[in-house]
Design a protein around this ligand. Structure first.
Ligand SMILES: C[S@@+](CC[C@H](N)C(=O)[O-])C[C@H]1O[C@@H](n2cnc3c(N)ncnc32)[C@H](O)[C@@H]1O
Length: 222
């Protein structure tokens, strides 16, 4: 095949992937949600996050101020992309807990993390799961909140705040989507109502997600 044909093929694949961007990012499951992914959805998101999005995850999670001995919850762990980085970071006696509403994603994350023995798993709704109060030093919410119905968010955020130790932190990164009612001020308001105080906010741009926000919150001390 001539060089010209090869280049043309690559360009066509890029155009195809780009035209599918919204479908691929916004969900593949029967109900168009991330929680019930199709098999192609599982395959695509694993490939997407590990290969195409590797630097997007690495750069964010590697700069989190974790010493390695903390207890951290990855809320909405999905296909385990950030969990792999976190499990490695928590190698100095720390523990990672991966929580997802979807049994399929938890199964995928377990497969991805099978070589780590510092990981626990929770499947289901954090509002009803009986996780002990003040049991985590930090919680990460990565590209999850915008996927949750706006009416469910207050109870979910309160349940998350409940399990963070006083003085502990919540790290959140979300795409800003007016149509999903997710903005930096709506996140701040939800967190404040749950007793979490904003410590930092950064606005960035991502090729896949457009405008994103990275925020850090701290749970009020006793
Ligand atoms: C867009 S994915 C992000 C996955 C992962 N955090 C990442 O950045 O690669 C959103 C994830 O949140 C999960 N999710 C949605 N609603 C949830 C809820 N109420 N509780 C826990 N997980 C939830 C979905 O099942 C899905 O795995």
């Amino acid at each position: 095949m001539s060089m010209m044909m090869k280049v043309l093929k690559i360009i066509l694949i890029i155009i195809l992937l780009f035209s599918m961007k919204d479908v691929l990012i916004n969900g593949q499951g029967k109900d168009n949600s991330f929680s019930k992914p199709s098999r192609i959805g599982v395959f695509w998101h694993s490939f997407f996050s590990r290969v195409l999005m590797g630097p997007f995850y690495q750069s964010y999670f590697n700069q989190l101020p974790l010493k390695g001995n903390e207890k951290v919850l990855d809320f909405g762990c999905g296909w385990g992309a950030e969990a792999r980085i976190l499990a490695k970071k928590l190698c100095k006696g720390g523990r990672l807990a991966c929580l997802d509403i979807s049994p399929q994603w938890i199964a995928e994350t377990k497969e991805v993390l099978k070589k780590y023995n510092n990981v626990d798993y929770y499947v289901g709704d954090i509002v009803v799961l009986n996780i002990p109060e003040s049991s985590f030093d930090a919680v990460c919410i990565h590209i999850v909140l915008h996927d949750i119905d706006v009416n469910l968010r207050p109870d979910i955020v309160k349940a998350i705040a409940r399990i963070i130790k006083p003085g502990g932190h919540l790290y959140i990164r979300e795409p800003l989507m007016a149509e999903r009612q997710i903005s930096a001020s709506s996140i701040e308001s939800l967190m404040n109502k749950a007793g979490l105080l904003e410590r930092s906010v950064k606005f960035k741009r991502s090729f896949w997600y457009g405008e994103i926000v990275e925020m850090v919150f701290e749970k009020k001390g006793e």
